[in-house]
Design a protein around this ligand. Structure first.
Ligand code: F3S
Length: 104
């Protein structure tokens, strides 16, 4: 499966939503996650994300996001059509470690 990392936080560009052939993105207030049970590992979303927020779960940098994606995909609503990104998305695009800085 693939996972969304904290690089998505407050960016939510939504290009991934349009790219996904199996509609397995789920939307929270500040980021999206991928349902590990729906993802077919096609990787189409990876180059579509302007924030480079999506990784295969076998990536060393993906480990801490695997459980978060699974947990919140079960709680948050599915999103199959893109919405507008937040107006200040670009301000957050290059901010590193967003989860640790703002949510823990
Ligand atoms: Fe987030 Fe990238 Fe999608 S910023 S909403 S994972 S295109």
């Amino acid at each position: 499966t693939h996972v969304v990392t904290d690089a998505c936080i407050r960016c939510k560009y939504m290009d991934c939503v349009e790219a996904c052939p199996v509609d397995c993105f789920y939307e929270g207030e500040t980021m999206l996650v991928i349902d590990p049970n729906g993802c077919i590992d096609c990787s189409i979303c990876v180059p579509e994300c302007p924030a480079d927020a999506i990784l295969p779960d076998i990536d060393a940098n993906a480990a801490r996001w695997v459980k978060l994606n699974a947990t919140y995909a079960a709680r948050w609503p599915n999103i199959a059509r893109r919405k507008d990104a937040p107006a200040d998305a670009d301000d957050w695009r290059d901010v590193p470690d967003k989860f640790d800085r703002y949510f823990s």
